[in-house]
Ligand binder design. Structure first.
Ligand SMILES: Nc1ncnc2c1ncn2[C@@H]1O[C@H](COP(=O)(O)OP(=O)(O)OP(=O)(O)O)[C@@H](O)[C@H]1O
Length: 259
């Protein structure tokens, strides 16, 4: 995978790319996020980790402004989440690939690039970034699941967003591709972007500048990995997660525990 190029338009600096205050989201008649407050510092890779059903996708939906919220505020790059001004500044990768199956990878990425006003070379760069340059001419419906999700990621990257909200981008990928994508996220952050990335695989914690551990709609921890390990005395993020759950008197429910 190649470099990510320079960012198109420098954005007004804010200390925290995302500020969530007392967010309450109800889904299916249940408070999925009862009262959530957190900050995502600008220019960092922040991992949103936790077991399935804990509310990671719901939080991400609120950050990109597609989730109906009951109360509380979500401020993104200094503006209310979902504001028209953020449309080209926030890139969102959903768990379900959002690309056109009957178009090639190249045509998909070029299309999204045009919609987002990206420069002409951005599509090639984005395909390179996700290691799909050699599949540029292949129709998306002939790709594997992992390739399709990388094609979707290229369609997000092509707009050089200031904030990337990535819902489980490495799921189903082999270790080499996972490593390369995490390296890419690090390069994007080094170039000034903020990357909020979810995973239920706890060992991906080592790749993040900061970690948000989310369980049952509550933040169990918001810190760096070294801070988390020192606070819990655990050897790794998974053990730290289990320690935090147990210290709160909760069950670890083996089948849901991240790993
Ligand atoms: N469309 C929906 N209608 C009602 N409830 C929903 C809906 N989508 C999700 N939920 C509920 O909201 C809660 C949080 O789900 P969410 O998808 O945010 O979790 P998650 O941590 O992203 O899980 P996963 O890692 O499996 O994607 C779950 O209890 C889920 O059942």
């Amino acid at each position: 995978m190649a470099g990510t190029g320079s960012r198109a338009q420098p954005s007004p600096p804010v200390d925290d790319a995302v500020v969530v205050e007392h967010l309450c989201v109800v889904r299916g008649g249940r408070p999925v996020l009862p009262d959530l407050s957190l900050r995502v510092p600008t220019g960092q890779v922040v991992g949103l980790l936790g077991p399935s059903g804990g509310g990671k996708s719901t939080l991400m939906r609120a950050v990109v402004g597609v989730q109906v919220v009951e109360s509380g505020t979500v401020t993104v790059l200094g503006a209310p989440a979902g504001s028209p001004a953020l449309r080209h500044r926030v890139g969102y990768l959903t768990q379900a690939p959002s690309v056109y199956g009957d178009l090639s990878v190249r045509d998909n990425v070029r299309y999204f690039g045009q919609v987002l006003g990206a420069p002409p070379d951005a599509a090639d760069r984005a395909m390179d970034d996700v290691d799909l340059a050699d599949h540029a001419g292949v129709r998306v419906d002939r790709l594997s699941g992992g390739q399709r999700s990388r094609a979707s990621l290229a369609c997000v990257l092509v707009g050089s967003p200031d904030l990337l909200v990535l819902d489980e981008p490495t799921v189903g990928l082999d270790p080499v591709l996972r490593r390369d994508l995490w390296a890419l996220f690090g390069r994007l952050a080094a170039a000034g972007a903020t990357v909020l990335v979810s995973s239920h695989v706890m060992d991906e914690a080592t790749r993040c500048d900061r970690l948000l551990l989310l369980r049952d709609g509550h933040i169990l921890s918001d810190s760096t990995l070294p801070e988390l390990l020192s606070r819990t005395g655990a050897a790794d993020a998974e053990q730290a997660f289990l320690t935090l759950v147990e210290s709160r008197g909760g069950t670890t429910r083996g089948e849901e525990a991240a790993g």
